[in-house]
Design a protein around this ligand. Sequence first.
Ligand SMILES: Cc1cc2nc3c(=O)[nH]c(=O)nc-3n(C[C@H](O)[C@H](O)[C@H](O)COP(=O)(O)O)c2cc1C
Length: 191
Amino acid sequence: MTPHSPYGTDDFDSRQFRTAMGQFCTGVTVITTLDEEEKPVGFACQSFAALSLDPPLVLFCPQKTSRTWPVIEARGQFCVNVLSNRQQDVSATFGAPGADKFKSITWDPSPAGLPVLRHSLTWVECSVDSVTDGGDHWIVIGRAQILGEVLQDKPLLFYRGGYLSTEHPRVTPAQAELDNFLTWTGGDTWL
Ligand SMILES: Cc1cc2nc3c(=O)[nH]c(=O)nc-3n(C[C@H](O)[C@H](O)[C@H](O)COP(=O)(O)O)c2cc1C
């Protein structure tokens, strides 16, 4: 089978799988919590999604090797920070191993005391609802408890292993337009 066959190929390795999945453009979040000594921890995470409106659920997928995940699991709470395009350096800091990722980061405590990173587009404080096996990752479902304010800024995007942003910030749609699905902004048009 040639690489251009419309029927695809079942003969692929992890690198090819990663390249294919890299065609899916996502936002970037940093998921934070506090350890047992109340020290802030967190990691960059693109595998975040809005899952359910009623009840309000989100999901994210930490690698099983993540050092932050066991801390979140022990705490039972996490804060999702949705990054703006001013926070590429923040993504780089939290996307690599580091003893103290918060050293150069300005943050404020959420109501539960979890780190809210300055200049994030918005943040959501969540409790861990359930955890499912997902190969070399966990699939974590969280229940949204507190919503932070929304900044009218541009999002940070991750695509083909690099960062992008949009040309213009999109105006947040009216509440009535969000009726059917969390990120569905207009009736049955999806746009
Ligand atoms: C843009 C970006 C997106 C990432 N998305 C994820 C992700 O969805 N899941 C994950 O486990 N790691 C993801 N990572 C990698 C982790 O952030 C990285 O492995 C980090 O060092 C984990 O930190 P920890 O071991 O302290 O948890 C991403 C990194 C970057 C830069």
